[in-house]
Design a protein around this ligand. Structure first.
Ligand SMILES: NC(=O)c1ccc[n+]([C@@H]2O[C@H](COP(=O)([O-])OP(=O)(O)OC[C@H]3O[C@@H](n4cnc5c(N)ncnc54)[C@H](OP(=O)(O)O)[C@@H]3O)[C@@H](O)[C@H]2O)c1
Length: 360
């Protein structure tokens, strides 16, 4: 795997590939959240994915609900075509998806409530009580169904990473005790499916759940999650990857000691390292709001031509980050962002200086 990956990315700096548990992952990954649920966007993503894989980006991130399952289906079709053409083998790609949110089928239906009843309640995948905000569910039968749907959409026998999607959404709604019970049931299912080979690792992909103050509303303890996984799967449990937003405007994973491990306060990145978790970061461009930056960033994140490159250089260079995701549905954005991978990383001291007002 690594030999082919390295050949395909001969111009990348050696720091570009990192260990994601026992896999090799690129420092920038391609995300597939944004964009319309239509054929034109599917075609653009297919082209972007081909370009990204050709240039040494091997982490693809999606979710069953993204663009009404179209993102998964586009990845599935594109990977299958590349493998058939002989330009790619499945093991060169780290395929990551998520379950939790109700997925529509190709387009947003006129009556989403009826869709929920017909696809979840009537088939007995979950009860009304297990669904929050009319769209989010962690019930094992529901998750199992979502996993099968993702495998079919992605046209593979197994995934690399399966995330619970924004589990904190349930915590906010139902409170800590019932949340822990739901999480335990979900982890038990995922641990069993990992042991059967449906995916290598499972994890949580969060939005707010790892960025707030300790003990605050909707906050997750990484130590508690790992202890839960250990209880269910022993030392060889498969809860090994977390995802959270991280960018120049949301730097908490690096700057905010909001986790406690062994009684010691620390940041998410430090806690993840201590607990043996790999960290994938999302929203590296703050959903395109960081595609323009003040001119002063040019000297603080030097040697790069554009603001998106500077923003992604920050995310992928931060110690403890395995892969920084950038949503890219356009080939031109792939070219621009991945040309960054020919450069060395920004050093840790320069990253720390970004948060020191006296240095600006
Ligand atoms: N809770 C979660 O689990 C969660 C939450 C958010 C995100 N994610 C994951 O993380 C991925 C990345 O986050 P995101 O997509 O939300 O936001 P993002 O990566 O911060 O921004 C993506 C946006 O930036 C644009 N862009 C990319 N490169 C550009 C460039 N060089 N110049 C100008 N614009 C550029 C993209 O446009 P084009 O599409 O036109 O190329 C897209 O509109 C997602 O796709 C998803 O896979 C997970």
């Amino acid at each position: 795997m690594m030999k082919r990956l390295r050949q395909r990315s001969a111009s990348c700096h050696p720091s570009h590939f990192r260990r994601l548990q026992n896999l090799w992952a690129s420092s920038i990954g391609l995300g597939t959240y944004l964009g319309d649920a239509d054929d034109a966007t599917d075609a653009r993503y297919a082209e972007a994915i081909r370009a990204a894989l050709a240039q040494g980006c091997n982490v693809l991130d999606t979710a069953v609900n993204y663009r009404c399952q179209r993102s998964e289906r586009t990845i599935g079709r594109t990977l299958e075509a590349l493998c058939t053409e002989g330009t790619l083998t499945r093991d060169e790609v780290i395929l990551c998806t998520k379950g939790g949110y109700l997925p529509f089928d190709g387009a947003v239906p006129d009556d989403p409530g009826r869709c929920l009843v017909e696809t979840v309640i009537t088939p007995g995948l979950a009860s009304y009580e297990e669904i929050v905000a009319g769209c989010h569910c962690l019930a094992p039968a529901y998750l199992d169904h979502m996993l099968r749907l993702s495998l079919a959409n992605l046209r593979v026998a197994a995934l690399d990473v399966y995330y619970l999607h924004n589990p904190e959404q349930q915590l906010d709604e139902i409170g800590p005790e019932p949340f822990l019970q739901r999480l335990e049931a979900a982890f038990a299912l995922l641990e069993a499916r990992a042991q059967e080979g449906a995916f290598r690792y499972y994890g949580v992909a969060t939005w707010n759940g790892l960025r707030g103050r300790p003990g605050g509303r909707g906050q997750l303890s990484l130590e508690a999650l790992v202890r839960l996984a250990e209880r269910l799967g022993g030392d060889d449990h498969h809860f090994r990857v977390i995802q959270l937003p991280y960018n120049l405007a949301m730097p908490e994973a690096f700057t905010f000691a909001n986790q406690v491990v062994g009684g010691e306060p620390m940041t998410v990145l430090q806690a993840a390292a201590r607990l043996g978790l790999s960290v994938v970061t999302s929203a590296g461009l703050l959903q395109s709001r960081l595609t323009r930056l003040p001119a002063s960033f040019e000297s603080h994140i030097p040697g790069l031509a554009t603001a998106p490159q500077r923003a992604l250089q920050f995310a992928r260079s931060t110690p403890g980050v395995t892969t920084a995701l950038a949503g890219m549905s356009r080939r031109a954005h792939v070219e621009e962002n991945l040309s960054l991978t020919r450069q060395p990383l920004l050093d840790e001291e320069s990253i720390r200086r970004l948060f020191d007002r006296t240095k600006w």
